[in-house]
Ligand binder design. Structure first.
Ligand SMILES: NC(=O)c1ccc[n+]([C@@H]2O[C@H](COP(=O)([O-])OP(=O)(O)OC[C@H]3O[C@@H](n4cnc5c(N)ncnc54)[C@H](O)[C@@H]3O)[C@@H](O)[C@H]2O)c1
Ligand SMILES: [Zn+2]
Length: 359
């Protein structure tokens, strides 16, 4: 097992990474100081893992909320369902919420924890690769508004994160590959050496080789937490983590959320950002080729055709991360070196994207 500390001022916490951690009584006992525990999960995950955790926790006063599956359940209604359960069972400030699931469960359960009685303890138990390398770290919690994703939320750090790599065995392959997009993203933003490791080892990762998985999750947690520790509330450098996401979110929005998985849209988004970086003279041809290649090796899409460019650009300007000074793009100066640049005017941006979006 690997243990890593996220060094956030006054709120630092541990991430445990390894196999069969859901049965590791010691971790749960060491990190939970109350007998009142609410497990939030969904109808897909509950039949596989809920019983296991309840057994590990022992005879404590455990209740659960089992939500329906899906991004469209990351709502204020699910949030209310969790709060109802906490009130019904007279949970207090010392109680714990355990978020057992992917990013959807982590985000909604974390948000409920941040606001019930102005904040109670919560523990992330991520069960998707995306959640283990990305959403469970950094303390962003949220639910969606019907008109905009992640519009209602809070920055709220967990007490600890327990990443059991065995849970990935039941994850559908397409979901696993989608998580790899965020892994590649972290390497591109800030770790050339890790990128070269990925070039050599991505096939092993896809085959769920244990050692490679633990190493990858650990390295991603280190990379993401180093950025979060420096800029918890996303006032500066944390924005680099949005590499490929301005394009990715716009692609998700205009293709309808059910066509592409998040990581697939991010993969296309990063390829667009890389091609634009290349056209602007920041990124050399060879690096661009290596980037497209690694996404192909990860069996992720690298381009999209038949998309309405005007609609795409409108959607990018609507993205909530845009401030009054205009659209900013995260571009690559090199593999392992991202930077934030002001976007060119709409007309030039349109032609740059036009030349970067297709194969
Ligand atoms: N808070 C953050 O910093 C942050 C960062 C990135 C993404 N997110 C959010 O994360 C969400 C996406 O997360 P996700 O990709 O984990 O999606 P998800 O939570 O919807 O999980 C993907 C699918 O896999 C299923 N599943 C989960 N674990 C499983 C397992 N072990 N075995 C079998 N099936 C399993 C889920 O039920 C779901 O159908 C989005 O809402 C996104 O906004 C948040
Ligand atoms: Zn993402």
């Amino acid at each position: 097992m690997e243990i890593l500390t996220v060094p956030i001022k006054n709120k630092s916490y541990d991430i445990f990474i390894g196999s069969d951690l859901l049965s590791n009584k010691r971790i749960f006992d060491d990190n939970i100081t109350s007998d009142q525990i609410l497990i939030v999960t969904n109808e897909k995950i509950a039949p596989i893992y809920l019983r296991k955790i309840e057994t590990t926790l022992g005879k404590k006063n455990i209740v659960s909320v089992i939500l329906k599956d899906g991004e469209d359940k990351k709502t204020i209604d699910s949030f209310s369902e969790i709060i109802d359960k906490l009130i019904e069972n007279k949970f207090n400030r010392e109680s714990y919420i355990l978020a057992l699931g992917g990013g959807v469960i982590g985000d909604v359960a974390g948000f409920a924890a941040s606001s019930y009685q102005r904040g109670i303890n919560y523990i992330q138990i991520p069960t998707t690769l995306l959640a283990q390398v990305d959403s469970s770290i950094g303390g962003k919690t949220a639910v969606n508004h019907k008109k905009a994703k992640n519009m209602i939320g809070a920055f709220y750090q967990p007490k600890c994160v327990i990443s059991d790599i065995n849970t990935l065995q039941t994850l559908p392959k397409r979901e696993f590959l989608s998580g790899l997009a965020e892994v590649i993203k972290h390497s591109l933003i800030m770790d050339y050496k890790f990128f070269t490791w990925l070039e050599k080892n991505i096939e092993k990762l896809i085959k769920h080789d244990e050692e490679s998985l633990v190493f990858t999750i650990k390295r991603n947690c280190e990379l993401k937490s180093s950025i979060v520790a420096e800029d918890e509330k996303e006032k500066g450098i944390r924005a680099l983590l949005n590499l490929g996401h301005t394009f990715g979110h716009a692609i998700e929005t205009i293709t309808g959320y059910n066509k592409l998985l998040h990581g697939e849209a991010v993969s296309i988004g990063i390829c667009i950002a890389s091609k634009i970086s290349n056209k602007l003279g920041l990124l050399d041809n060879n690096s661009l080729e290596r980037i497209i290649n690694i996404f192909q090796k990860a069996q992720l899409p690298t381009y999209i055709d038949k998309i309405n460019l005007e609609e795409l650009i409108e959607s990018m300007y609507l993205d909530k991360k845009i401030d009054l000074s205009g659209l900013r793009l995260i571009l690559l100066n090199d593999i392992g070196k991202a930077s934030i640049k002001k976007a060119p005017d709409k007309k030039n941006l349109l032609s740059l994207i036009k030349n970067s979006i297709e194969k």
